[in-house]
Design a binder for this molecule. Structure first.
Ligand code: F6P
Length: 348
C-alpha cells in the first residue's frame, strides 16, 4: 500500500505531528508513504518524494509543514485533474491522505466522488470546519493570541489606552471568542454578530466611568460593522485587498485600524491597534495540538486499512471518529452564540 500525503491551505501548527503519526503508523502496517510537495500543486506537477522514518524524525515540535503547502485548486488549473491522475499512476499512489481545511478537503471530496481513494484529516487555526468539534492548530493560535492580549493589558494600563487586537479566523469568530474569553477582553467582535460602532464606544465609555483607565477590544478579521447603508443587510466587511485565491477567498484584514480610529473619535480615549496576523500560525504547536494531530494521523491510517475512503477523521467529544468528507465541507462551522453570551457577561 502506497499512501500519498499532502498538506494544503494555510499552514498550521501541528501539521508535522500529523505527518509523523501517519508515517509511523503506516510503517507499523508495512505500508509505504510518499510526501506530495506543496498541497495539490505537488500532485499536479509530480513533485513527490518518499517519506521514511528518517524524514519524519525530530519534527513533532516544529511548526509549519515539512511538505510545504499551497492554495492550489486542481479544478482551476488547466488539465489539473488529468495531470493529477497521471501522477497518481506514475508514482503508484494507492490512496491520498489530504490534510487540510475546507478548501483542501473540498477537493478531496470531489476526487472521492470521482472514484479516487482519499481520506481527510481536518486542519485549520480557524476551527471553522464542520463535522469535527475541533481542528488541530486552533488551540495554538488561541494561546498565542491570549498571550498577546495578556501583554497588551500591561501596556494599555500603563498608558491609559484602548487597544484593539485584530485576530485571524476568516468568516468565523472562534479565535476571537476563545482568545478574548481567555484573555479577559472588554469587548469581543465576531463576524457572526455585526456590531454597531456607537454601542462599542458606549461599552468602553461606561467601563472608564466606573474607574477603569484602559480597555482591550478583540476583533476578528472578518467582523462586520453595521452601517446606515448595511444595517438591514449583513453588515460590511473591511477587507485589506480585493485579491482572491484559487478558492475565491478575498484577503481579509484591516478592520482593527478602522475600529481603533472610530473608537478614539467616539470616546476621546487614545486608541491603538495591534494586528497579530501570521504570528498566530507560526511556531511550535501546543501539547493539545500535538496530541490531537497525532491521534488524527494514527486514526487516518486505520481508516485506510479498513478501506473506508471518502471519509475524514474527526473529534467528537473526546473520541476520534470518522465522518463522510461531504459532511465537513460546503458549510462553515460558525461560533456557538451561547458561548458568545458567556463572553458578553464580561463586556465593559
Ligand atoms: O485559514 C487560515 C487563515 O490564517 C485565516 O485565518 C486567514 O484569513 C488566512 O488564512 C490568511 O491567509 P494567507 O496566509 O494566505 O494570508
Amino acid at each position: 500500500m502506497n499512501i500519498g500525503i499532502l498538506t494544503g491551505g494555510g499552514d498550521c501548527p501541528g501539521l508535522n505531528a500529523v505527518i509523523r503519526a501517519v508515517v509511523r503508523k503506516a510503517f507499523n502496517y508495512g505500508y509505504t508513504c510518499l510526501g506530495i510537495r506543496n498541497g495539490w500543486k505537488g500532485l499536479i506537477d509530480g513533485v513527490i518524494e518518499p517519506l521514511d522514518l528518517n524524514s519524519i524524525s525530530g519534527i513533532l515540535h516544529r511548526g509549519g509543514t515539512i511538505l510545504g503547502t499551497s492554495r492550489t485548486n486542481p479544478f482551476k488549473v488547466d488539465n489539473g485533474e488529468e495531470k493529477l491522475k497521471q501522477n497518481i499512476e506514475k508514482f503508484n499512489i494507492d490512496v491520498i491522505c489530504a490534510i487540510g481545511g475546507e478548501d483542501t478537503l473540498g477537493v478531496a471530496y470531489k476526487l472521492s466522488e470521482k472514484g479516487y481513494k482519499v481520506v481527510g484529516i481536518p486542519k485549520t487555526i480557524d476551527n471553522d470546519l464542520n463535522a469535527t468539534d475541533f481542528t488541530f492548530g486552533f488551540d495554538t493560535a488561541v494561546n498565542i493570541a491570549m498571550e498577546a492580549i495578556d501583554r497588551l493589558h500591561t501596556t494599555a494600563e500603563s498608558h491609559n489606552r484602548v487597544i484593539v487586537v485584530e485576530v485571524m479566523g476568516r468568516h468565523a469568530g472562534w479565535i476571537a471568542l476563545y482568545a478574548g474569553l481567555a484573555g479577559g477582553a472588554d469587548v469581543i467582535l465576531i463576524p457572526e454578530k455585526p456590531f454597531d460602532l456607537d454601542e462599542v464606544a458606549n461599552i468602553i465609555k461606561k467601563r472608564h466611568e466606573r474607574g477603569k483607565n484602559f480597555s482591550i477590544v478583540v476583533v476578528s478579521e472578518g467582523a462586520k460593522i453595521k452601517t446606515e447603508e448595511t444595517v438591514d443587510k449583513d453588515g460590511s466587511l473591511i477587507i485589506s485587498s480585493l485579491k482572491k485565491d484559487e478558492f475565491g477567498h478575498v484577503r481579509l484584514g484591516g478592520i482593527g485600524n478602522v475600529l481603533a480610529d472610530e473608537i478614539e473619535k467616539r470616546t476621546g480615549f487614545e486608541t491603538r491597534a495591534t494586528i497579530l496576523g501570521h504570528i498566530q500560525r507560526g511556531g511550535s504547536p501546543t501539547a493539545y495540538d500535538r496530541v490531537l494531530g497525532t491521534r488524527f494521523g494514527v486514526a487516518a491510517v486505520d481508516l485506510i486499512r479498513s478501506g473506508k475512503f471518502g471519509r475524514m477523521v474527526a473529534l467528537k467529544g473526546n473520541e476520534i471518529v470518522d465522518v463522510p468528507l461531504k459532511d465537513a465541507v460546503g458549510e462553515l462551522k460558525l461560533v456557538d452564540l451561547k458561548l458568545f453570551e458567556v463572553a458578553e457577561v464580561f463586556f465593559g
